[in-house]
Every structure is written in structure tokens, then in C-alpha cells.
Design a protein around this ligand. Structure first.
Ligand code: 5GP
Length: 138
């Protein structure tokens, strides 16, 4: 497996070099909105320390991310009146990973509403409003 690349997009977000719409953070994790949301409220939870994905993550990194993800999933479900949550993690390119800093997708779901196609830029004002609702529910 390749080494961790310190110039990946999420490492730049953690360093504040590129902007992100924050939902939540604690000592070990950071959660922000996906800019190409496949559902309203689509956000990503990442560890603040480096690792590529599930395959090289420490148990502590995984535990911190899952604990934060559970809290955020509950808040998103409440804030958006969702019926369920889809939780995703892709490891390595063959597994569907595009950004090589461990991240977990949280996708609030409504009964009968399919996920949108990937790769479509969202409306930033709308995404910001949703982030505020999730943060307020936390
Ligand atoms: P994966 O690596 O699991 O396939 O997905 C990477 C995710 O990061 C995608 O859902 C994509 O929309 C999102 N993404 C890519 N670039 C950026 C970015 O610059 N900012 C944010 N907030 N999300 C991004």
C-alpha cells in the first residue's frame, strides 16, 4: 500500500489550507460537509491524525471516528427528519476511494429517495444551512 500523502485534500482541510463547512470537531476527529452530496446532509468524519483508510488505521483512530460518527448520525437523523442512515467507507482505489485520508461517509436517508449520482457539485448555501441544522442538533 502506498505511503500517506500529506498533500491530500483532507489533510489540507485539517491544516486550514482549503475551506470546509464544519459540522463537528473534537480532539481526535473532524466532521465536514461533502461538497458533492449524494443526499442532503451528506458529511464526512475523519481522524485528525494521518492514515490512508481502514487498512492502515489504528484501533484508536477507528474508535474515535466511529464514536463521533454515531453521534453525528443521530443528530443528522433528527435535524433532517431522516428515516435512516447509510454509512460508507472505501479503502484504496480498487475499493472506490478517491481521497486518501481515512473518511467515513454519513448519508441521511428518506424512505424511497435514492442516492444522487456521485460527482455533482452541491449548492454551497444549501449545504451550509443543512450543516447548521446538524450542528444545532448535536
Ligand atoms: P471517497 O474517497 O470515499 O470515494 O470519497 C471522497 C469524497 O470526498 C467524495 O464524496 C467527494 O465528493 C468528497 N470531496 C472531494 N473533494 C472534496 C473537497 O474538496 N471538499 C469536500 N468537503 N469534499 C470533497
Amino acid at each position: 500500500m502506498p505511503d500517506y500523502d500529506t498533500d491530500n485534500i483532507f489533510a489540507k482541510i485539517l491544516r486550514g489550507e482549503i475551506p470546509a463547512i464544519k459540522v463537528y470537531e473534537d480532539d481526535d476527529t473532524f466532521c465536514f460537509m461533502d461538497i458533492m452530496p449524494r443526499a442532503d446532509g451528506h458529511c464526512l468524519v475523519i481522524p485528525k491524525t494521518p492514515c490512508r483508510n481502514l487498512l492502515d488505521a489504528s484501533d484508536a483512530q477507528l474508535a474515535a471516528c466511529l464514536s463521533a460518527a454515531k453521534r453525528i448520525a443521530h443528530a443528522a437523523k433528527t435535524a433532517l427528519n431522516a428515516d435512516g442512515i447509510t454509512f460508507q467507507q472505501f479503502s484504496e482505489a480498487a475499493g472506490g476511494q478517491e481521497v486518501f485520508h481515512l473518511h467515513f461517509h454519513i448519508l441521511p436517508r428518506h424512505e424511497g429517495v435514492p442516492l444522487r449520482a456521485p460527482g455533482q457539485m452541491g449548492d454551497m448555501d444549501h449545504i451550509k444551512q443543512i450543516a447548521e441544522k446538524i450542528s444545532a442538533a448535536l
